[in-house]
Design a protein around this ligand. Structure first.
Ligand code: PLP
Length: 430
């Protein structure tokens, strides 16, 4: 390693109350893996200018392969569709499609982008689809399956398909929580039979499947408990209707195995003092999701009839494949710098709650030093972090935030500062 940091150095970011911080080893391991590639990452940013998203297509390919292997080995005929809302870059869409996924879109905009990259297996899900969006789906019925969100939408899709002279393959989304804000999605499971009876009367719709989605799953529990509930619904369904169902889409929401990295609640942060502590909430490995979901399906769903299984992963596929590089524009105190980028490039005040190590590529070191890393927008909430890994920090330094590919690029907003571009790093030598 050329810029060899001293790996025996102590990290300085302590958990609140100076208790030993169990997250330390994992954070250091991640930082070290990027310090080893500081030259390559700096060159990518040097070429493109900052701020910039750095795309590692190879990581996408590995993630797709691992995801498909975990599920396909247990569920023959399994198919996965990347949730474009998680990262709507056409570059990313091309990579995931090239690696063997279909695309899951949630608007006409995303559908048009999916068609544009030549995707032939598209799921169109989401509430409130407009007439124009349904017409676009109907005009591309050979490659789009529409996941219906309501009885009313079923009627409108039928109209759009009649207009287009096509027959559209469809599924219906089932509501997983009938109380509170989540009830806005889908049709209550108890209404499935009447939904299917009505669909049978719509000549331009072929209703073939079911979808459900649960979010932010650190374990497969939410998915397996809904599968158990679904088993009961399918058992009571008219057998002829049950036979017409050929796919079950289990949605997305698989949390990457590294877990959720958060700033510790209640830990001292400015103005009380730097740095803030952090906590890592572990997530189950993807093979555990696959094993437990397959077991739940075998117990509750397959006894009522076979079904192909679909999934719509977003975060799990793309999060680790994109990194953000920004530059220090100003140093206002030993423990405060301003960067050339505002958090408008990720679209929200993410780093007030999420922890990501800020790695100084220009002064590599495994020492974590307290420093407010602020963006250049006109709000104090424009924060990248409360510390950085490096041997000091000065104007002009390149700072890398690793693994920021999910719900950043697609949420970026034009506010004061320019949007960041995207650059690819060359394939790594093995
Ligand atoms: C219907 C649906 N499918 C898939 C996803 C992707 O979720 P994740 O990126 O957590 O895998 C979402 C996210 O909101 C969703 O709403």
């Amino acid at each position: 390693m050329s810029d060899a940091p001293d790996s025996r150095e102590e990290t300085r970011c302590q958990a609140p109350g100076d208790r030993p911080d169990p997250s330390q080893d994992r954070v250091r391991e991640l930082v070290l893996s990027f310090l080893e590639r500081a030259g390559e990452m700096s060159a990518a940013a040097g070429e493109a200018g900052t701020p910039v998203y750095v795309l590692e297509a190879e990581v996408i390919r590995q993630r797709v392969e691992t995801f498909l292997k975990a599920f396909s080995s247990r569920l023959p005929g399994f198919e996965a569709f990347f949730a474009m809302k998680c990262n709507n870059s056409p570059e990313v869409a091309r990579e995931v499609v090239g690696a063997g996924l279909g695309l899951d879109v949630s608007s006409g905009l995303e559908l048009a982008a999916a068609l544009q990259v030549g995707c032939r297996r598209i799921l169109f899900s989401g509430p409130g689809k407009t007439e124009e969006e349904l017409a676009l789906a109907a005009a591309n019925a050979d490659r789009v399956t529409v996941l219906l969100d309501s009885f009313q939408e079923m009627g409108r899709l039928n109209e759009a398909a009649l207009e287009a002279g096509s027959i559209v393959t469809a599924g219906v989304r089932l509501t997983t929580q009938e109380e509170g804000l989540w009830r806005k999605f889908g049709v209550p499971p108890a209404a499935l039979e009447s939904f299917m009876i009505q669909a049978a009367d719509r000549p331009a719709i072929r209703l073939e499947g079911l979808q459900f989605h649960t979010s932010w799953n650190l374990t497969p529990d939410a998915q397996t408990s809904f599968i158990a509930r679904l088993g009961g619904v399918l058992k009571d369904l008219d057998p002829a209707l049950r036979e017409s169902l050929s796919f079950l889409d289990i949605g997305g929401g698989f949390w990457p195995g590294d877990g959720e990295w958060l700033l510790a609640e209640g830990a001292p942060g400015p103005p009380e003092g730097l740095p803030r502590g952090r906590r890592i909430i572990p997530a189950a490995p993807i093979v555990d999701f696959a094993r437990e979901i397959a077991a739940a399906l075998s117990e509750h769903v397959f006894p009522t009839g076979e079904m192909r299984v679909y999934a719509e992963p977003g975060r799990w596929i793309v999060n680790d494949a994109l990194h953000i590089i920004i530059r220090v524009a100003d140093k206002k105190a030993q423990d405060m710098v301003i960067t050339d980028a505002g958090t408008n490039i990720v679209g929200w005040e993410r780093y007030e709650t999420d922890y990501v190590p800020v790695i100084n590529l220009s002064r590599p070191s495994l020492t974590e030093r307290p420093c407010l890393i602020a963006g250049s927008l006109c709000t104090p909430h424009d924060v990248w972090g409360w510390s950085y890994f490096g041997e000091g920090i000065e104007p002009g330094d390149l700072l890398l935030l690793p693994r920021q590919g999910a719900y950043t690029w697609s949420l970026r907003q034009q506010f004061i500062k320019p949007l960041a571009g995207m650059v690819r790093v060359p394939r790594r030598q093995r």
